[in-house]
Write a new protein. Structure first.
Length: 257
């Protein structure tokens, strides 16, 4: 047999084998996993790095293992006390079991988003408005618990759910603004009343202290006169000692008698 003819026949075969081997090489990145199907049946999971599969017999579907973010669009929800609110949220999730995420559900991204949206409506719909506004973390935790129970079967783990915004109707905003203003006015009145009560108690204590000490009363009188004298307005002040006032009272009493 001619060697050249043999070489000419083997060369295409070698090229075919080389192409087949190269086509069976799969590179899996660190944040990915590869799901291998052999003749349509799940066989194994490829780890990060260079992997070799059987071309034309095995196929690979890559799954991203990183945490994903999905925004739940704003939607109208009726609370337990029949008040409509607009709420939206963000869900953070990741794949824990790539085989289940591919085999058990068609599109886990879409499913997580839809299920979270339904859970959001259920949880807020079973809570009163005050609870929804003041306990967002608890509401988000309840939604996460519901969604996580379902998505665990899909090989997906819910990392966190955050409620971004809860918008009230315009009429309810005005009512709450009036209520808040009335509450501030009530607190201001209480604080002013407490201040007046404290001031009156201090004045009464000062009066009791001065009444028991005539010298202190005279000093306080002198201080008051000094303060009045500092005012540039025209005033006439007549100051008489306490002893003089008592002497005048004694003289006036017999005369009136």
């Amino acid at each position: 047999m001619d060697f050249g003819f043999l070489l000419a026949c083997l060369f295409p075969l070698a090229i075919l084998v080389l192409v087949t081997i190269v086509s069976g090489i799969r590179i899996i990145y660190q944040y990915e996993r590869g799901i291998v199907f052999t003749l349509g049946k799940f066989s194994k999971i490829l780890e990060p790095g260079i992997n070799v599969i059987l071309p034309y017999v095995q196929t690979v579907q890559k799954v991203d293992m990183r945490i994903k973010t999905s925004e739940i669009p704003r939607q109208e929800v009726i609370t337990k006390d029949n008040i409509p609110v607009l709420a939206n949220a963000v869900v953070y999730y990741r794949v824990e079991n790539p085989a289940d995420a591919v085999i058990k559900i068609e599109s886990f991204d879409f499913a997580v988003k839809q299920y979270t949206q339904a859970a959001l409506r259920d949880v807020i719909g079973n809570a009163e408005l005050d609870v929804v506004l003041t306990e967002r973390e608890n509401i988000a935790g309840a939604i996460k618990k519901i969604v996580d129970q379902e998505t665990t079967e899909w090989g997906v783990s819910i990392e966190s759910i955050k409620i971004q915004e809860i918008e009230l109707p315009a009429e309810m905003k005005r009512v709450m603004a009036k209520q808040a203003e009335a509450e501030r006015e009530r607190r201001a009145v209480i604080i002013a009343a407490e201040g007046e009560l404290k001031a009156s108690e201090n004045l009464r204590a000062a009066a009791d202290a001065l009444s028991g000490n005539p010298a202190a009363m005279q000093l306080r009188t002198l201080q008051t006169i000094r303060d009045i004298a500092a005012d540039p307005s025209e005033k006439i002040v007549m100051f008489m000692p306490h002893d003089v006032i008592e002497a005048v009272s004694k003289v006036i009493k017999p005369t009136n008698a």
